[in-house]
Write a protein that binds this ligand. Structure first.
Ligand SMILES: NC(=O)c1ccc[n+]([C@@H]2O[C@H](COP(=O)([O-])OP(=O)(O)OC[C@H]3O[C@@H](n4cnc5c(N)ncnc54)[C@H](OP(=O)(O)O)[C@@H]3O)[C@@H](O)[C@H]2O)c1
Length: 224
C-alpha cells in the first residue's frame, strides 16, 4: 500500500517506521521540511529511515492509497487543508488524532465532545475522504507493538462510514499485531474513543506509564 503520514511527531515517526518496515511505500509530510529535519528527534529519525521520503504538506504524492493523520488535534484541519482535496478524495484517511487541548496544562481537556468529534469534523470537511478513526486509544509505542501493553489480548476500535476503508485499516492493524478489533460503526462512534481520552490521561497519571490498554471482556469472552 502507498502511504502518506501527516505529522513528524512521535506518532508519525512510529507509524511511518512500522509501515515501511512492513513493505509499504511510505512518505512523511510536514509543514516545513527544513525545519522538521533540523529538529533533533525528527532529523535523527529521518537519517535512520532513509527509505521514508519527507515532503511538504502541499506536495504529498497524489498516488497514495492511505493517508494517515498523525497531526495534533488543534492542527489537524489546517494540515489537511494544506494537503488539499485532490490528495484526500477517495483515499482511506486513517485518523489517529485526538482533540486534546493542553492550554490549561495537564490533564488536557477535549476541544470537541458529546455531539461531535474530530473524526466527524474531518469527514465533514472532506466528504470524499474515507475517514477511519483508529489507534487513537493507545500510546504510539503500543500502536505498533500491542504486546508491550501486556501479554493478554487487548482491544482496539475502528469507526468510519466506509466499510471498504475499514477493511483496509483492519488489514493494516493485523499487520501491526492487533487481533481484537471492534468495529463500532459509523464515524459518529469516534466520539466514544476520543472522549475515552479523559480516562486514558488519568490512567497515564495513575500508572506513570502509557504502556497499557483496555480489554473488552464479553459474555463467554467470545468475539463480537
Ligand atoms: N503521542 C501519542 O502516543 C498519541 C497516541 C494516540 C494518539 N495521538 C494523537 O496523534 C497525533 C500526533 O501526536 P504526536 O504526539 O505525534 O504529536 P503532536 O505534538 O500532537 O503533533 C505533532 C504534529 O502535528 C503537526 N501540527 C501541529 N500544529 C499544526 C498546525 N497548526 N498545522 C498543521 N500541522 C500541525 C506538526 O506538524 P509539522 O511536522 O508540520 O510540525 C507535528 O507533526 C495527535 O493528534 C495526538 O493526540 C498521540
Amino acid at each position: 500500500v502507498r502511504m502518506t503520514v501527516l505529522g513528524t511527531g512521535i506518532v508519525g515517526q512510529t507509524l511511518a517506521a512500522a509501515f515501511v518496515q512492513r513493505g509499504h511505500e511510505t512518505t512523511v509530510a510536514t509543514r516545513d521540511v527544513d525545519e522538521a529535519l533540523r529538529r533533533h528527534d525528527f532529523g535523527a529519525w529521518s537519517r535512520q529511515h532513509p527509505d521514508v521520503a519527507v515532503v511538504g504538506v502541499d506536495a504529498v504524492p497524489l498516488d497514495a492509497e492511505v493517508v494517515v493523520n498523525a497531526t495534533s488535534g488543534a492542527g489537524t484541519l489546517a494540515a489537511l487543508d494544506a494537503v488539499g482535496e485532490p490528495a484526500l478524495a477517495d483515499r482511506v484517511l486513517l485518523d489517529v488524532a485526538n482533540p486534546l487541548d493542553f492550554s490549561a496544562g495537564f490533564p488536557p481537556s477535549l476541544s470537541v465532545v458529546n455531539t461531535d468529534s474530530l473524526g466527524e469534523q474531518v469527514q465533514r470537511r472532506y466528504p470524499r475522504a474515507k475517514v477511519v478513526k483508529s489507534l487513537n486509544t493507545v500510546t504510539a509505542a503500543v500502536m505498533v507493538e500491542p504486546g508491550i501493553a501486556g501479554s493478554a489480548e487487548h482491544t482496539l476500535f475502528v469507526s468510519g462510514d466506509d466499510a471498504g476503508a475499514k477493511d483496509v485499516v483492519k488489514g493494516l492493524l493485523v499487520e501491526l499485531g492487533w487481533s481484537d478489533v471492534i468495529d463500532l460503526g459509523d464515524i459518529t462512534t469516534a466520539r466514544g474513543t476520543e472522549m475515552y481520552l479523559a480516562l486514558w490521561v488519568r490512567l497515564l497519571g495513575a500508572m506513570g506509564t502509557g504502556h497499557f490498554n483496555v480489554r473488552v471482556v464479553r459474555e463467554d469472552d467470545g468475539r463480537m
